[in-house]
Ligand binder design. Structure first.
Ligand code: GLN
Length: 514
């Protein structure tokens, strides 16, 4: 059996017992990426030499009997939205195409301290804005289950590389569903932790009150292993929770007894495809056979989730992205061309409209900002900046931004009430399996509605996990979502593990021919 077919937990056992070396494991993944990524496009950058060198050092240290980190020798892929010292961190945007991070994100530092082998940087929607990875400025990522389909997004590369056995573990981020949705569409396990559970220091900000980093893996056990390494308090992120992270990789195998699951009435309304509904209901039946009770509950404000999210997230984004001005960071417009443009406009203004018309022109600095941003950002990012700027503008912020914040509070209260009655909420991740590349690119509203079942967890700050619970008639994975009260990642992982012990959906691998 090839090493890439093992779960991360199994591979770690091989490495620890000496039956496989870190170099062998890394080499196996390097070969796999070389053969497959040409077709999938999961990696923005992949450089085997430093990864193999890192693996070599780990093997040497192991030979000497040195104490090694928790992930010693395991390849991990990182979404290109987290800073890694001395490496490019592009956020899949032209504006940061040549930006080299001066420091490590805390999650990257923890991976390095755990002796993980950093195997490559994965593709995403530009600045994590999107749900299909089609908004990347550099390349499209394909779904390994059907190369004509999108892998989901924004962590599309992160989910696709695990699904295609090109990395055993990867790091994603989730602002409105970007770990859970691509995990579901690619048939892998992805966990969005509680807001504050994982440090965001060094994560390039999209919407700071919603962003969270989390693991993508093949199984709950593997996700637990990765979460254990990245979770925990960080004084460098003032929103990080000051509570020790449990030993998830140990507790994950303990089954939960007396579990009550909540089935949300509003989840089974209009838009949910019947194949998805059937798979979700069958998964609920599996839980019942394992002793769980099921209760119908209501989250009455969840129907406003997408509307509130698409005000709050763009508002925060418009503020966070103000820093990309062509002066401090990243891409700057061609200044010579800009000066020539201004001179030509000045000449035509003075001959046509006189001094007033000349005055109405931009100053060179404003022109530099405008041109740099117009050329550096892609269309979806611009759309979000415009939406957010509008929602925050004087005279409108009460009507939009503040109202959305009130809805956000009501959504959180719905969850608090629900969790007085049930231990976990169970339901779909997406209304349908992966769609075709290009299918929704010209319809932003249809794209935003894909986030129907995921945004509420971000608005409420709670955790959620997505994992495969079936396949469509066309052979595409269907995901199940569990959501838990704040800081109950342990419960999510254990419940997911119970299901994966009883079923084998998570063991299926796509055969895309490479
Ligand atoms: N699809 C959502 C959006 O476009 C969520 C993105 C995310 O979680 N980063 O904003």
């Amino acid at each position: 059996m090839s090493l890439v077919e093992l779960t991360a937990t199994e591979l770690l056992a091989e490495l620890e017992s000496g039956r496989a070396s870190a170099v062998e494991a890394t080499q196996a993944y390097v070969e796999r990426i070389k053969a497959g990524d040409e077709h999938v496009g999961a990696f923005l950058r992949f450089d085997p030499q430093p990864a193999l060198e890192q693996a070599r050092q780990i093997d040497q240290r192991r030979k000497k009997g040195e104490r090694l980190g928790r992930l010693a020798g395991l390849p991990v892929a990182v979404k290109d939205l987290l800073c890694s010292r001395g490496e490019r961190t592009t956020c899949a945007s032209r504006i940061l195409e040549n930006f080299v991070a001066p420091y490590d994100a805390t999650v990257v530092a923890r991976l390095k301290a755990a002796d993980a082998v950093l195997i490559g940087r994965t593709n995403l929607d530009e600045f994590a804005m999107g749900g299909s990875t089609e908004n990347s400025a550099f390349q499209k990522t394909r779904n390994p289950w059907n190369l004509a389909c999108i892998p989901g997004g924004s962590s599309g590369g992160a989910a696709a590389c695990v699904a295609a056995s090109m990395a055993p573990l990867s790091i994603g981020t989730d602002t409105g569903g970007s770990i859970r949705q691509p995990a579901a569409l690619c048939g892998v396990t992805g966990l969005k932790p509680t807001y504050g559970r994982v440090s965001r220091f060094g994560l390039v900000a999209f919407a700071s009150s919603l962003d969270q980093i989390g693991p993508i893996a093949r199984t709950a056990q593997d996700a637990a292993l990765l979460l254990e390494v990245i979770a925990g308090h960080d004084p460098l992120d003032s929103t990080s929770v000051n509570r020790p992270a449990p030993r998830y990789s140990q507790t994950v195998i303990e089954p939960l007894s007396g579990l009550t699951l909540g089935l949300v009435r509003e989840h089974f309304g209009e838009g949910l495809e019947s194949e998805v509904e059937t798979a979700v209901r069958q998964a609920v039946a599996v839980y019942e056979s394992l002793g769980a009770k099921v209760k119908e509950i209501s989250l009455p404000h969840s129907k406003y989730g997408v509307a509130a999210y698409y005000i709050i997230a763009p508002s925060e984004a418009s503020s966070n992205l103000a820093r990309y001005d062509g002066v401090h960071y990243g891409y700057r417009t061609d200044e010579k061309a800009m000066q020539a443009e201004l001179a030509a406009e000045r000449a035509s203004a003075s001959s046509g409209g006189g001094a007033q018309a000349v005055e109405a022109l931009d100053s060179p600095l404003v022109r530099l900002y405008r041109r740099s941003r117009a050329e550096g950002f892609g269309p979806e990012v611009k759309r979000r900046i415009i939406l957010g700027t509008y929602a925050l503008s004087a005279g409108y912020s009460d009507k939009y931004y503040l109202k959305a914040l009130k809805v956000r509070r009501l959504i959180r209260q719905d969850f608090d009430r629900a969790f007085q009655q049930v231990d976990l909420i169970v339901g779909p991740v997406t209304a349908s399996p992966a769609f075709k590349v290009g299918e929704k690119v010209n319809d932003p509203l249809a794209m935003y509605l894909v986030d129907l079942y995921t945004v509420s967890a971000n608005l409420a700050g709670i955790g959620g996990i997505a994992f495969p619970c079936g396949f469509s008639s066309s052979g595409l994975p269907i995901g199940l979502q569990l959501q838990a009260p704040p800081l109950e990642e342990d419960r999510l992982l254990r419940a997911c593990h119970m299901y994966q012990q009883a079923t084998d959906w998570h063991q299926r691998r796509p055969d895309f021919g490479f």
